[in-house]
Design a protein around this ligand. Structure first.
Ligand code: PEP
Ligand code: MG
Length: 561
């Protein structure tokens, strides 16, 4: 049995046939001409027939999809036959340009025009660019870009997935995600955990697996095996049985001896929040506000913001909701805040730094959060991403006070903030550890790079010691100011126990992880968690830290986690 080793980022064991994500469609060369200068009519006919084929394909996909995915596909299918797009491509063809190059250029000008119009029209820009790639693929006889469709469930193999791919990812047909790139904090990993799909990233060589070949994906071990046998079949069946048990969280996070650790949810908007409330989350520990506006290239208006935040607050009446202000940059560019040409975006003007000098978009956002909060009963907390110094924390607290927000906090996601947590907490009311970025910056390893996945692992003892330092710094404010975790580390049940043992007071995670984390946390006392944390934090390597902790938690194996 041939094996491919990667990094397991979302637990689960399944068997299924492989489907590959097609490579992105390349730009047809500038100046590409018609093969036959006399063949204008045929070229125009080819363009029209490609546009029709793309429209039909998108309509068919829409009819198979549900919810958001269906709406996205319907909107895109209309764009495939957009008269303006076809008219301007036809004009270029009559001047001798090849149909592929013509639709590419026409798509660019339509996109630019929509962008200039702003508002709803500007949001259609991505649809035009998607449609032009699809038409070029059709003209060139290449597979259509985007997640493949299939009537039967399959294992999706890709280089990496972008946030936009989630809209068309149907978790009832995609059994597991496997990528050759990406790291444990990459979007693929986050998407997989939020959908509850087993996933392995940084699995070198998987791009060479044959289409339709059967594979066994073990999201816990981080392996992909070709031609699975009876043992793998049994493991997949056992996981299905355990998964049914792990779908329920009773709504109270606590250790076996009753030490309460509220289990909160990470959400990207109102729909996620509704699902999180249904899953029993005790509140929201991280509202990634930039996820509400990822497709925007202009700053959302105060009204749009108020509506987006209220949708989340209303899902958690009377409960804590931690709103993170826009965290733009690096892996989450927002054209209205970030400069795409920076040489090192992860070290650049990102997160709260995008508002220098204040108050710009940040002040407007805080006022919108306050206005939304005033119309809801949720207990609204607000925190800034990428805070590095006590001065930045103080400036943020000042802006929050000016907006009428009473509970300002910061994310601890760069080493300087962990080192200075005592002084930083002197300026704000709470801190939340963003272990995804804290790992990337502690280890100096880009969270999006597959080859660095072993470094980009929150089990690294250096990262655990950063967490310990942060908690130690908070002791001067004991009983008044809390330190929680909202990075992906909180969704790993064994790591969650270590974090609690290190002294964090809340854990926020994708709602899918609540039941597993709740069950494992409830199997140990606080003293056990502290002992396990000590074993992990003093380990010399990440794998030793993980195996030491897991060896103390036999419940993991019985739950298939
Ligand atoms: C983090 O960095 O851990 C975090 C929660 O923020 P994000 O993943 O959105 O950067
Ligand atoms: Mg972060």
């Amino acid at each position: 049995m041939e094996n491919f080793a990667g990094v397991g980022v979302s637990a689960g064991r399944v068997i299924g046939p492989v489907r590959h994500m097609p490579k992105p469609v390349g730009e047809p060369p500038a100046g590409e001409r018609l093969e036959d200068p006399e063949g204008t009519d045929q070229a125009v006919a080819a363009l029209k027939s490609a546009s029709r084929a793309v429209q039909e394909d998108l309509k068919r996909r829409a009819s198979l999809a549900k919810g958001d995915a269906q709406a996205v596909l319907q909107a895109t299918s209309l764009m495939a036959a957009d008269p303006m797009l076809l008219k301007s491509a036809t004009k270029l063809i009559t001047k001798g340009t090849s149909p592929a190059r013509a639709v590419w250029e026409a798509g660019a000008s339509v996109a630019e025009m929509l962008h200039t119009l702003g508002g709803y029209m500007a949001e259609r820009t991505a649809d035009v660019l998607d449609v032009r790639s699809r038409i070029v693929a059709e003209l060139r006889g290449l597979p259509a870009p985007g997640i493949p469709t299939s009537d039967t469930p399959f294992v999706l193999v890709a280089e990496d997935l972008a946030p936009a791919d989630t809209a068309t990812l149907d978790p009832t047909t995609v059994l597991a995600l496997v990528t050759s790139g990406g790291g444990p904090q990459s979007h693929t990993a986050i998407i997989a955990r939020s959908l509850g799909l087993p996933a392995v990233v940084a699995a070198t060589g998987v791009e060479g697996i044959d289409h339709d070949a059967a594979v066994f994906v073990d999201g816990m071990a981080g392996t992909v095996s070709l031609n699975p046998g009876a043992a793998e079949g049994e493991a997949a069946a056992a996981y299905r049985a355990a998964a049914a048990v792990l779908s329920v969280f009773d709504g109270t996070g606590a250790t076996l001896d009753g030490h309460e650790v509220p289990l909160l949810a990470n959400v990207g908007g109102a729909k996620d929040a509704a699902k999180a409330a249904e899953a029993g989350a005790q509140g929201v520990g991280l509202l990634r506000t930039e996820f509400c506006f990822l497709e925007r290239d202009t700053e959302p208006t105060p009204e749009e913001q108020i509506e987006a935040y209220r949708g989340v607050f209303d899902a958690f009446p009377g409960k804590k909701v931690v709103v993170r202000t826009l965290d733009a940059g690096a892996d989450k560019p927002l054209p209205f805040l970030t400069d795409a040409s920076e040489p090192n975006p992860a070290l650049g003007v990102r997160g709260s730094r995008t508002d220098l000098p204040p108050p710009g978009a940040l002040g407007r956002q805080l006022r919108a959060i306050a206005a939304a909060g005033a119309r809801a009963t949720a207990d609204v907390w607000v925190m800034a991403p990428m805070i590095s110094t006590p001065e930045e924390a103080a400036a943020f607290a000042g802006l929050c006070a000016a907006a009428g927000l009473r509970t300002p906090g910061v994310m601890v996601e760069v080493p300087s903030a962990a080192l200075m947590s005592e002084e930083i907490l002197g300026e704000v009311s709470f801190a939340s550890l963003g272990t995804n970025d804290l790992t990337q910056y502690t280890m100096a390893a880009d969270r999006q790079l597959g080859p660095l996945a072993a470094l980009n692992n929150s089990w690294q003892p250096a990262v655990l010691r950063m967490v310990r330092l942060t908690v130690e710094g908070s002791r001067a404010h004991a009983g008044v100011k809390s330190v929680g975790v909202c990075g992906e580390a909180a969704a790993d049940p064994a790591l969650a126990v270590v974090l609690v043992g290190l002294g964090v007071s809340t854990l926020s995670m994708t709602p899918r992880a609540l039941a597993g984390v709740g069950a494992v946390l409830g199997s140990v006392t606080l003293a056990d968690a502290q002992r396990i944390a000590e074993l992990a934090v003093t380990a010399p390597t990440a794998s030793e830290a993980r195996s030491r902790a897991r060896a103390e938690l036999p419940v993991l194996e019985s739950l298939g986690l």
